[in-house]
Design a protein around this ligand. Sequence first.
Ligand SMILES: [Zn+2]
Length: 273
Amino acid sequence: MSLKVHFLNGGYCRQFLASVDGRSLRLVRFHAVFLAFHHPTIGWVVCDTGYGGRFRPATRAWPYRLYRYATPVRERGTAAAALARIGVDARRVQHVIVTHFHADHIGGLGDFPSARVYYHEDALQSLAALKPFKQTSCAFLPSLVPAQLQSRSKVLSRDHFQHDADLSFPVHDLFRDGSLRLVHLPGHAPGQLGVQFEHESGPLLYAADAYWRKMQVSEGTDLPALTRKLQWDPPAYDETIARLRHLHSHGRFKLLACHDDETQSYLEREPYG
Ligand SMILES: [Zn+2]
């Protein structure tokens, strides 16, 4: 089943490309893309929410304020406003997938008060349990998590995922119809998920932050040691990248990542100039 999908921009931050390739002293944008799927019977399903409009208040207090200085962020309005531009009322959205709880993916989570929120069992609790300074270095801003989120969450345990031979990752078929398959891509953040779906151009794996730039999977570029160390579980990250490289070389699935420039070409409106 092929779903209509909208790629939306939820702001960006600037980083040196050297954080990926270890050498290019050029500032590049790390866009915070998020997705909105229209399912014919389920309705709208949103995957991630960008920086939203709450990054500044969420980084007002110490030590979270350090996050502002480490990654200068340019917000792009609320997730609700981005959805309104494609005719979707965020307050009525019933399903939100969180790939992982980094601030650039959950900044707009508060815009979806009616939604059931889906995430991996490791995704939130591992970060919520950290001390504030460690949360900051792990890109987690606890005030972006809506109160009572857990009461309307569907937390996906490992048992929900089954190994998929084609993808070579554990997969959970979210609506049991093959339309949206959540793929566990460990390493970058606790319980990180990607989404596999049938795009109009063919089978697509949206890998969220399992890699940042296409060169990591297409050219074998390894992260420099410092950036690799910032990943939640560096050995798991390496293993995930190795499998994604294999998947890319195989050519069966188109790979896209949240922050990669290539994903910008999938935006229908208002790409950044
Ligand atoms: Zn991330």
